[in-house]
Design a protein. Structure first.
Length: 292
């Protein structure tokens, strides 16, 4: 087994492990949460020491490391050392608290957002991106859906992709989205955007699309979730948890970055279409300016 965890990208190890946590056994997840919370201890600890602090067996430590994508506990420790080398002096983001000053909040939020975007390269797999572009670029129509903090990336995706010649729409309510999902043709794409991958409204739209034989592309923060299990293609991008719903906030920006990546790739997949649509957008903008 070859380690699948990226340590050449700052924050890549944290992002990759955090993305797989929901799919681990509870005891394995307990080990990996300790590793993320105190990487300095994990780098220097023996298997027995880490097991004792996590209150699990030494065998669980080894199993947890393998389940998270490492060859074993030794490979995990080496990855922690390499990860530290990519970000010397850096510390994991702190939690916001009621005692945080506005200046501290500003610094932590900006640091969190920057780290989330930077670490996205560790969880976005090139093959999955290629599959996503192959699904979206030739599609006659694209349905996009997200609720809560994912509603904004969904609306942005529909507008951006329409502006390059795709017929994309992002209904605001789940009932309308389900109706449109059931009318998708076999193979046509639904893009479902969800931080947790567990939103009841989003899963209902996904199930409607699957009933119609449509393909599902998920943009989410976790590699294991009900949404990921239902999707044909999964793009994982997320951000660190700062409390007070800041994890979904950081993830929203990471999801917008994924939308931008797909926007550029779809444009280059059919440049004549993109240029034609951009000319139309320019004409509309100029007509609007003249009417003022």
């Amino acid at each position: 087994m070859v380690s699948s965890v990226r340590t050449d990208i700052p924050g890549g190890l944290h992002a990759t492990v955090a993305a797989v946590l929901p799919g681990l056994r509870p005891s394995d997840a307990k080990v990996m949460r300790l590793v993320l919370a105190d990487p300095a201890f994990a780098r220097s600890a023996t298997t027995d020491e880490l097991a004792a602090r996590a209150e699990v067996s030494p065998a669980t430590v080894v199993r947890a490391a393998r389940a998270a994508g490492f060859e074993g506990f030794g490979d995990l420790k080496r990855a922690l050392v390499r990860d530290l080398a990519t970000q010397p002096g850096a510390a994991p983001p702190e939690q916001l608290t009621e005692t945080s000053t506005v200046s501290e909040i500003s610094e932590l939020v900006l640091t969190s957002h920057a780290a989330g975007i930077r670490a996205t390269g560790a969880t976005l797999h090139p093959a999955a991106l290629d599959n996503a572009v192959s699904l979206l670029a030739p599609a006659r129509s694209i349905l996009v859906f997200g609720v809560g903090t994912s509603a904004a990336p969904a609306a942005d995706a529909a507008y951006r992709w329409t502006a390059i010649g795709c017929r994309a729409g992002a209904p605001h309510d789940s009932r309308t989205a389900q109706l449109q999902a059931r009318q998708l043709r076999p193979g046509e794409p639904l893009v479902a955007i969800s931080h947790s991958g567990r939103s009841v409204e989003t899963l209902a739209v996904v199930d409607a699309a699957r009933t119609a034989g449509a393909s599902v592309l998920a943009i989410t923060s976790f590699a294991s979730s009900p949404l990921a299990d239902r999707a044909d293609v999964v793009l994982v991008a997320g951000g660190p948890d700062l409390g007070l719903q800041m994890a979904p906030s950081s993830s929203r920006l990471a999801h917008l970055a994924v939308v931008d990546i797909l926007h550029a790739a779809i444009s280059f997949a059919d440049l004549p279409r993109a240029r034609h649509a951009l000319r139309i957008a320019t004409e509309i903008s100029e007509a609007g300016s003249r009417s003022r």
